[in-house]
Every structure is written in structure tokens, then in C-alpha cells.
Design a protein around this ligand. Structure first.
Ligand code: PHE
Ligand code: ZN
Length: 884
């Protein structure tokens, strides 16, 4: 099924005729090899005769020689699994084309030409969900990164910009709604119950931004007046039964449009903006020009079926895709190595948007938590790559936390160094200079230097060096001088051993122990390997708060007393730093416990200090609940594992749970009081009520550890009285981990209450797969045979198996059974949906950083996958890199 990989005789490639079978080694594509394409395609016309089993595509391309490229006497049009029906050149049928592997190569003389190609595709057979596919009876497309070549032959690379005129035709009853990019220019009925529509997108775009949707959909509509007074018609298209759950998505869209005008001066540029929700989707959503296609998960919400977290995620993803209209569409990427140019920038934009909507402090903490849980392990493992990679075999594997989230952190550092006003001047200049172009990361950096007045010569290393820098910090005190010593190292990664120091902007403050305050924050930029800075006027040794607001994506290593951390957890005026002090307190303790470096008495003292700090968090009535909820969260398993060169996941999990038990016991009355107080707030969506729901869930987590019987009763009561999904899911999460009847009854109730609602049934699968229940593995095996489980739906697969792969006690079961289950899943899913299958490789790829017995079991599973014939390019690349 993976035609792209092995050229064969049938492809008509003469050199292949006598050659021995080629080992399945997909080629390595290198950034350094970029060459402009010899031809330009100023205009593209597409005609679709739509059908679920078969869709006929007629594509007409205007091509002209590219004045900026070396001339060529052929044009190579990419295809992927396509069969040609006919080719015309300048209106006449031609036969002198040939297939070279999956691509069509056509001889072409200098000058302008028109190429017409007819081919058929089968949406119903497309289980990869790339190209044109069927989902619940509707047709839709996904083209990023290289899906357009699965629809028709085309120079499928982001530096080929074309205007699109798209005509679609099909049965009215089956496809009453016909959508594509841009504006609808005409529509009409044709014979035999058929109709058609024609859409024109005046903005030249790369093929990865093409989209088409045809189906039985209904819309919530609204309108937005842009800053220059243009009216834009907005629509969110869903299945009829989902219409009541579209209000939040529409609100989020209008807020995004307004915010981008105010924060970045960006105005929308078409008369319509359509969003379509699709339940079979590989990723979160896609920014196709004027026609964003979304996973239903990031569109549909009401209080009964979506959690507060879901509401925020929807707002963030709607913002993200909308913001791509400028950072991605108006200015696109020259090649896929520049992916962070659009993704890192757009993630930063969506983070700043959500900060403005939800509150800066909590959003920053959440973003850092994701970075540490997902990107840090990536950066310290076999799949580490710079935010601008140098090579790949399958680009789908590079839609990573590094390109997205670390990419955003790199831009955020520029913003921290320049200040928000100058940073905006930099982005203004970038948009002005490169509007309508396919640009590079270098273009962005240059615009930032010129527009913001920064010198980024050394800073460019952040684009080429992978690995999370480590900064060793020590503070000494003598007389009235405090001396800060900083030392940075960028760790070796598989791509490169020797690294250079990078500029690391560190926001810091020195607190006076007596007054609990400081004289103002400073920004120190650590550009050299080592640096010391003296601060005068400190009669007593101050308390250092460093990397405030997480000003740099680094790991800070320092000897710091428990006393200082307790001080910062209670006094720091930077909310992130306060959170960080709580995390550090727990991380230091658990690392020491897991390394057997504490006496019983020292361990007791450590627990006491943590309990004391947490008690303050629970009872400090100046804290708002939303922030309190953050401060209550224990560091996650993956972040803890990152602290060890070689981690024992079983031990880390056990010690983390033991600490929860100790805290639950020590703080039982405070936790119950907090839960009671928070339960008095109304079930509304305002900030205070949302904060209350967050602390309720956290309180139950600790109580479930400390006093399971009491917690089970409280959780069952919360479940039964729940008026929101947040309360219901929070209670069920705790119950799912506690063996007993309350658990079984509520799980059955939950399923019966929401059966038929795919997104909520996903939650039901995920809760059981991620639970603390000792039999979680058995539960997952049973759920894999549940009638609602379906390998063809990525959301469902993720809800069971991603949740499972993130469940430390189950995935890392000492028997190796968890590893085997994930490997079996990869092998079963790879032939159906390679892109999604490959996303399950990284959890197994961590083996080098895991204790030897488990490491051997993980490695054996990777080897079993690697030894399988016919692997997709996606899975092949991830598995070989992970073993390499
Ligand atoms: N470009 C999309 C986004 O970040 C992500 C995506 C990539 C979606 C590839 C589908 C396929 O918004
Ligand atoms: Zn994006």
C-alpha cells in the first residue's frame, strides 16, 4: 500500500527492470539540498465529480518557467498511489509522459503551457486520512504536508503558490453542502438530482492549503466586521445533531479575529470564513485557506459534555488555525524544514491569545507543563532534532513538540529580549516584507533583527542546536555582596555532539528574607559558557528567584535549600516562580528518595516540608482557585523521569504515589474543607466557578490516596450531583482508580448516559486506560474488544492507547506486557493509518533512559517492529531512529 517507497517495474522506470529488489530504505531528504522548482504554476483549475467510492479529478495547470531556477525540459508532478487516465498538453492528448515511481514526468519545452490530467481516487478506501477521504458519509480533504499528491498530480511543495478555481459536482441528497477555499462564485442544479458549486480563492497558496468538503452539514452562522469595516460571513459546519454545541467555537472565532487585529495588526482577507468539524482526523485541526477543517474534539462543547479544559483547548485551537491565516498562509514556508516558521510562531500567537483570554499566570504554567512533559523527553531522546531539522525521511514525523512548542519558546525569548513593542515592530516588518511569499526561518530572524533592533547572530544557534540546555546556578554571599555564578551546557544529541553556548535570557530577582520582597526584576542574558555577576547591598544572603516566567526553555540545576524553596513557594510575586518552587520542592525530594540517598528521618522531614507548603496553598485565601489548582499539582511522571540519567519508572511511580498518600493523610481535613467550600459555587463558566472545579478534582486526587473510602464516597456524590462534565469526569477519574462498586456503577452510568456521543465515549475509554486501578492492563485489553473500539478512528485509538502509553504503572509493567501491547497496536495500525501509528513509537523509544530490565523489553519490541516487512515510511523512520 505504500507506493511511494519502492519503485517497481510497473512504475515504468526502465532502470528498475533488471535491478534486484531494493531494501526498504526510504530516502533521506536534506535541508541543504533545497533547489527552487524549474516551473511555476500561476493558476490551477480543479474539477471534481464526487463519489464516496470513486471521485474523478480533472486538473488543469497553467505552467511557466521559473525565472529564479535552472531551466528543465521536463516537469515532475508528484503523485502518491494515483493512476493516470489521460494527459493533455496545450489542449492535445499526449503519450510521452512517464511514471517515475509515484510521480508523473512530462517533457516540456520552454515557455508557457497548459497541462490537463484526469485521474480517479477512491475516498472510501483512504484509511490514511490524507488526501480525499470519506468520514461518516461526507467527503473531506487533508493535504498538509504531502496529501495533495494523493488527490492529483502536482508540484506538491510549499514554495509553489497558485490561485485555485474549484468546481465540484455530485448528488444533492448525498452532498447538499459543497465547500472549498476562498469565495463561492457560482452554483447550480444539474440533471439527475445533481448539483455543483464553484469556489475561487484569489490568494495564491501552496497545495497543502487546498481543501474541499462535501456532505450533509448544517451551520451556525454569524458575521464579523474587520478593522477596516469589511463584513465577513462566518460559519461553523457540523452534523445536525451537533449544532447545539457550536456556540463556544463561534465565540472563540470572533475573539480570535478581533485579537489578531489588536495584538498583531492582522486583518482577515476574504468574504467568508468556514470551519468544518470532522470526526475522523489525524491531528487537531488544519488551517486551509478560508476553510479550516477541525477534529470535532476542538469544535464541539457544552457544559454537559465538555470539560473546562476542553473549552480552553477549543478556544486555543480555533485561535491557532485562524492565526495561521497570516503566519502560515499569507506568509508560508519555503520548504518543510521551515515548519517552525509557521508553527512555532502560530503557537506563540495562540499562547498569547489564550493568556489574554484566560489569565497569563495559569496559561504560562500550563504551557510549561506541556513543554516539560512532552518536549523535554523528545529533546533528550533518540528523536531529538533542532526546531529547524536538517533532514527527514517522512515529514509527518516532524510535527513535533520541538517544532511547535520549543519553536514558540524560541520566539518568546526574542520577545522577552526585545520587549513586546519592539517585537511587534519585528513581526510587522516580517509580514510586510514577506507577504505573498514562501519564506524561511532566516527571513523571520532577519526581520526581527531589523524591525526590533536585536542582534541575533549568536541567537540563531537556537534554530540549529537540539537538546535542552542545562544552566548550573549557584549563589554565594560575602560581606554585602551576593555573587551569582551561571554555567551553561548544551547536551549532545544524536545529530551533533559538540555544541556552542547560546544566549539564554534569564529573568531573576533577589528577595530579602526579612521583608519578603525584592528591588525589581532583572533580565540577565547568559551568552557565554560561564559568567558571574555581583549584586551589592545585601547584608544577608538573599533568596534567588531565577528563570521567572520560564523566560528560557532550559533546565536549571542548583543547590537550593528546602527553606528557600518554601520561602519562594509562599512569597514569590511571579506566579510561575511560585509554582516552580513548589515543583522543585517535590522534585528534589522524590529524586532523593528514588536514589536512596535519604535517611528515614530526612525523608520524614522532606514530607513534612512539602505538606507544610501545600497546607499554605490549600488555605491561603489570597490565592485564586485557578492558581491554587496549579500549585496543588505534583510534577508528572515523565518530568520526574527526566531528572535521572537512567530512570526506574516503577520506583518513580511508587514513590510519587507514596508521597500522595502521605499528603492526603496529613492534609485530610484541609482537603475536605476545600472541597466543601468549592462545592458551594454555581455550575457556571465564570472564572471563579471554573477555579472551584479545578481544586475539587485536585482535592479528590489526594484524598483518594490518603483515605480511599472517604474519597470514594465524596467522588460518588460529586458524580451523582454533577451539572458539568468537569465535575463528572473529575469524580469518575478518581473512582476509576479505586476498586469497588462505586466505580463499576458510575462507569456503567457514564457509558449509558453518553453512548452515541463519540467525544464523551472517548473520555470513557481514556479514563479507564489512564487509571491507577491495578488491573488497568486487563481493562485496556477488554476495551480493545469493545464494540465501540475502532482502529480506523484516530480519536478512539488515541483515547485508549495514548492514554495507556501515558499510564506509568500499566505501560511500564515490569512484565513488559504494556510494551508488547503498544507494539502490537503499532503493527496493526501501520497498514491502516501510518501517520497515527508512528506517533506511538516515541514512548517505546525512551528505552535508553530506562533501567536495564525494562530497557531490554522495550528494545525487543522495537526490534520486532523493525523486522516486519512492508512498514510505512512513517513507522520505519521512527523505529530505526529509536534503535539507532
Ligand atoms: N498545520 C496544522 C496546525 O498546526 C497541523 C496539521 C498538520 C494538521 C498536518 C494536519 C496535518 O494547525
Ligand atoms: Zn499550526
Amino acid at each position: 500500500m505504500d507506493i511511494a517507497r519502492t519503485p517497481s517495474i510497473a512504475d515504468g522506470n526502465p532502470q528498475m527492470a533488471d535491478a534486484p529488489p531494493v531494501p526498504a530504505q526510504p530516502p533521506l531528504i536534506r535541508r541543504a539540498d533545497y533547489k527552487p522548482f524549474p516551473w511555476l504554476v500561476p493558476e490551477t483549475r480543479l474539477h471534481f465529480d464526487l463519489g464516496i467510492e470513486n471521485t474523478r479529478v480533472v486538473s488543469t495547470l497553467k505552467v511557466v518557467p521559473n525565472p529564479d531556477a535552472a531551466a528543465d525540459d521536463v516537469i515532475r508532478l508528484n503523485g502518491d498511489g494515483l493512476q493516470v487516465s489521460s494527459v493533455k498538453l496545450d489542449g492535445l492528448p499526449v503519450k510521452n509522459w512517464e511514471m517515475d515511481g509515484p510521480d508523473l514526468v512530462l517533457p516540456l519545452s520552454a515557455g508557457a503551457h497548459e497541462i490537463e490530467i484526469v485521474n480517479d481516487v477512491s475516498p472510501e478506501k483512504n484509511s490514511q486520512l490524507m488526501g480525499l477521504y470519506a468520514s461518516n458519509g461526507m467527503l473531506c480533504t487533508q493535504c498538509e504536508a504531502e496529501g495533495f499528491r494523493r488527490i492529483t498530480f502536482f508540484p506538491d511543495r510549499p514554495d509553489i503558490l497558485s490561485t485555485y478555481l474549484v468546481k465540484m459536482e455530485g448528488p444533492v441528497a448525498q452532498f447538499p453542502v459543497l465547500l472549498s477555499n476562498g469565495n463561492k462564485v457560482s452554483a447550480g442544479e444539474s440533471a439527475g438530482g445533481r448539483h455543483w458549486a464553484e469556489w475561487h480563492d484569489p490568494w495564491p497558496k501552496p497545495s497543502y492549503l487546498f481543501a474541499l468538503v462535501a456532505g450533509d452539514l448544517v451551520a451556525r452562522t454569524d458575521s464579523f466586521t474587520t478593522m477596516s469595516g469589511r463584513e465577513v460571513d462566518l460559519a461553523v459546519w457540523v452534523r445536525a445533531e451537533d449544532l447545539p454545541r457550536t456556540e463556544h467555537a463561534m465565540d472563540s472565532l470572533k475573539k480570535s479575529m478581533k485579537w489578531d487585529e489588536e495584538a498583531f495588526g492582522r486583518e482577515y482577507d476574504l468574504d467568508v470564513f468556514n470551519i468544518v468539524a470532522v470526526s475522523d482526523f489525524n491531528m487537531g485541526a488544519m488551517e486551509n485557506k478560508g476553510l479550516n477543517v477541525f477534529n470535532t474534539k476542538y469544535v464541539l462543547a457544552d457544559p454537559d459534555t465538555a470539560t473546562d479544559g476542553d473549552y480552553d483547548a477549543i478556544e486555543g485551537v480555533i485561535g491557532h488555525e485562524y492565526f495561521h491565516n497570516w503566519s502560515g498562509n499569507r506568509v508560508t514556508c519555503r520548504d518543510w524544514f521551515q515548519l517552525s516558521l509557521k508553527e512555532g510562531f502560530t503557537v506563540l500567537r495562540d499562547q498569547l491569545f489564550s493568556q489574554d483570554m484566560q489569565g497569563e499566570a495559569v496559561k504560562r504554567i500550563e504551557d510549561v507543563r506541556v513543554l516539560r512533559a512532552v518536549q523535554f523527553p523528545e529533546d533528550s531522546g533518540p528523536l531529538a532534532h533542532p526546531i529547524r531539522p536538517d533532514s527527514f525521511r517522512e515529514i509527518s514525523n516532524f510535527y513535533t513538540a520541538t517544532v511547535y512548542n520549543k519553536g514558540a519558546e524560541v520566539l518568546r525569548m526574542m520577545r522577552t529580549m526585545a520587549g513586546p513593542v519592539a517585537f511587534r515592530q519585528g513581526t510587522d516588518l516580517y509580514f510586510e516584507r514577506h507577504d505573498g511569499e514562501a519564506a524561511t526561518c532566516e527571513d523571520f530572524v532577519k526581520a526581527m533583527e531589523d524591525g526590533a533592533g536585536l542582534d541575533l547572530r549568536q541567537f540563531r544557534l537556537w534554530y540549529s542546536q537540539a537538546g535542552t540546555p542545562k544552566v548550573e546556578v549557584s549563589l554565594t554571599h560575602k560581606g554585602d555582596t551576593a555573587t551569582l555564578a551561571l554555567k551553561q551546557t548544551v547536551p549532545p544529541t544524536p545529530d551533533r555532539i559538540a555544541k556552542k553556548p547560546m544566549p539564554i535570557p534569564l529573568r531573576l530577582a533577589l528577595f530579602d528574607r526579612d521583608s519578603g520582597s525584592h528591588d525589581g526584576e532583572q533580565l540577565v542574558i547568559l551568552s557565554e559558557a560561564e559568567k558571574t555577576i555581583a549584586f551589592e547591598g545585601f547584608a544577608r544572603s538573599p533568596v534567588l528567584s531565577i528563570n521567572r516566567g520560564f523566560s528560557a526553555p532550559v533546565s536549571i540545576e542548583r543547590e537550593v535549600s528546602t527553606e528557600d524553596l518554601v520561602f519562594l513557594a509562599a512569597h514569590d510575586d511571579d506566579p510561575f516562580a511560585r509554582y516552580e518552587a513548589m515543583q522543585d520542592l517535590v522534585v528534589a525530594h522524590l529524586v532523593a528518595v528514588c536514589s536512596d540517598s535519604l535517611t528515614g528521618a530526612a525523608q520524614e522531614a522532606g514530607r513534612k516540608a512539602i505538606a507544610g507548603a501545600l497546607r499554605k496553598v490549600l488555605t491561603d485565601d489570597r490565592l485564586d482557585d485557578s492558581m491554587r489548582g496549579e500549585l496543588m499539582m505534583l510534577p508528572g511522571q515523565t518530568y520526574l523521569a527526566e531528572q535521572f540519567l537512567v530512570a526506574d519508572p516503577g520506583r518513580i511511580h511508587a514513590e510519587r504515589e507514596a508521597l500522595k498518600v502521605a499528603l492526603g493523610v496529613a492534609l485530610e481535613s484541609e482537603l475536605i474543607a476545600l472541597h466543601e467550600r468549592a462545592s458551594t459555587l454555581p455550575a457556571t463558566l465564570d472564572h471563579a466557578s471554573r477555579g472551584a472545579r479545578k481544586v475539587k478534582a485536585q482535592a479528590l486526587v489526594y484524598l483518594a490516596a490518603g483515605n480511599p473510602d472517604v474519597a470514594a464516597k465524596m467522588a460518588a456524590a460529586q458524580y451523582d450531583a454533577a451539572q458539568t462534565m468537569t465535575d463528572r469526569q473529575g469524580a469518575l477519574m478518581v473512582l476509576t482508580g479505586l476498586p469497588g462498586v462505586a466505580r463499576t456503577d458510575r462507569l456503567i452510568d457514564f457509558y449509558n448516559r453518553y453512548r452515541g456521543n463519540e467525544l464523551v465515549v472517548d473520555k470513557w475509554f481514556a479514563l479507564q486506560a489512564s487509571s491507577l486501578h491495578p488491573d488497568a492492563i486487563e481493562h485496556v485489553k477488554a476495551l480493545a474488544n469493545h464494540p465501540d473500539f475502532n482502529l480506523r478512528n484516530p480519536n478512539r485509538v488515541r483515547s485508549l492507547y495514548m492514554a495507556f502509553a501515558g499510564n506509568p504503572h500499566a505501560f511500564h509493567a515490569a512484565s513488559g506486557e504494556g510494551y508488547r501491547m503498544i507494539a502490537d497496536l503499532i503493527l496493526a495500525l501501520d497498514p491502516i493509518n501510518p501517520q497515527t501509528a508512528a506517533r506511538f513509537v516515541p514512548p517505546l523509544g525512551r528505552w535508553r533512559r530506562i533501567e536495564p530490565q525494562r530497557a531490554a523489553l522495550m528494545r525487543a519490541e522495537l526490534e520486532r517492529i523493525a523486522a516486519t516487512d512492508g512498514l510505512s515510511r512513517d513507522t520505519y523512520e521512527q523505529v530505526t531512529r529509536s534503535l539507532g
